[in-house]
Design a protein around this ligand. Structure first.
Ligand SMILES: [Zn+2]
Length: 382
């Protein structure tokens, strides 16, 4: 199912997932059935504002990430909230804390901005306690909307600051612990804290007869486990040297060889060398493309990619994989002290990955997933 793009803010696409249609159905049911046309419009405007606050929250994370030169792909709205796809989980504790806090900070700012009109509304309608103000949550009026948006932002801050993955508070806790104990142990501790908290949340939910809380607890436990696994995998890959996993080669192909020679053994990514030095890459795609135009008389040197980046045998598998991701390449030549040794490919990476994850349940860490469970908040407020 493809997401619908609403627009772009500073090169970040704002998208809506098809399942968001459920929210519209919910609005129709909640404000449309048995209500007037006016109440339906009220419901639609209210939900648009609530999700507007969620988008601003995600933009808070995104702009802070961009401040640290981390790429942000897009923001997608789901019925459960927003997800910002940020290039990679930041590894420096300070930047991780700043990025995590930037989201809730936006909601604090919105709540503060709503405070003067809210106080004015309270004075004008003779409300003198916060409890009385809550009575306006269900009113279909501009005042009711103001109260609703104020409390939604307060709940977004409180909920997101819970110290459990995938909430922002969990990332803050992890980063703080990482500064003291290192990333792997910090994450392990944060995962345990999050799971204990989730278990308490589930017990409280059952006790109160609110069965949404155990559901939230389940999401927290699953995502926390996935996060723990992802970080364990990452530290294992940081310890492994790429030289151990590269395909060792007896010297690559010369730029003076004819293209037909490069086809022997089937088309694949080839390292082009002169003596012991890497001078280029002959990409499989490029080779196949050139084949269509006919190859008589052409040499490897004519079509090779001269802008080649190499890895050292002592670089970690993690760093090399990150580099390949950034370059958008499937292979990288591996050198030792500048001398060509072999090639590391995406296939080799999959091989390493399989060795490190024997379990069939390879849950990918969904960074920031389900962090703003706004429809749950709505049912709690009521
Ligand atoms: Zn957030």
């Amino acid at each position: 199912m493809r997401s619908l793009t609403l627009g772009r803010v500073h090169d970040i696409s704002i998208k809506v997932h098809p399942t968001f249609g459920l929210v519209v159905l919910w609005v129709l049911y909640r404000w449309g059935v048995g209500g007037s046309f006016g109440s339906l419009i009220f419901g639609l405007v209210l939900v648009a504002f609530v999700f507007g606050c969620v988008v601003l929250h995600e933009l808070g994370h995104s702009f802070m990430a961009m401040h640290y030169h981390i790429r942000v792909h897009d923001i997608t709205l789901l019925p459960v909230g927003g997800v910002a796809r940020i290039e990679q989980v930041p590894t420096r504790p300070t930047s991780e804390i700043m990025i995590a806090l930037a989201g809730p900070a936006v909601n604090v700012a919105i709540a503060v901005a709503l405070l003067p009109p809210l106080l004015l509304f309270a004075v004008l309608s003779g409300v003198n306690s916060a409890g009385d103000l809550l009575l306006y949550l269900d009113r279909i009026s501009p005042g009711g909307m103001l109260v609703y948006l104020f409390f939604t932002n307060v709940m977004l801050v409180l909920f997101n600051l819970l110290p459990a993955f995938p909430m922002d508070g969990g990332r803050v806790l992890r980063a703080a612990l990482s500064a003291g104990f290192g990333r792997e142990r910090g994450t392990r501790t944060a995962v345990i804290v999050g799971q204990v908290l989730a278990a308490l949340l589930a017990i409280v939910g059952v006790w109160l007869g609110d069965y949404l809380l155990p559901l939230v607890a389940l999401v927290v436990i699953v995502v926390a486990r996935a996060e723990g696994r992802a970080v364990r995998l990452e530290s294992a890959m940081r310890r492994l040297r790429v030289g151990q996993f590269a395909l060792w080669d007896m010297g690559g192909i010369s730029p003076r060889q004819p293209l037909t020679y490069a086809l022997r053994g089937g088309p694949r990514d080839l390292v082009v060398t002169e003596g012991t030095r890497v001078v280029g890459m002959l990409w499989r795609n490029q080779l196949l493309h050139e084949l269509r135009g006919g190859i008589p008389g052409r040499t490897v040197g004519d079509v090779m990619d001269r802008h080649v980046v190499t890895a050292d045998v002592d670089d970690s598998v993690y760093d090399v994989q990150q580099q390949m991701n950034e370059l958008n390449r499937w292979a990288i030549p591996v050198t030792e002290g500048g001398i060509y040794r072999g090639i590391f490919t995406a296939d080799r990476f999959v091989h390493v990955y399989r060795q490190l994850t024997p379990s069939p349940f390879r849950v990918r860490a969904a960074a920031g997933f389900a962090e703003t469970i706004s429809y749950l908040l709505r049912s709690w407020i009521r």
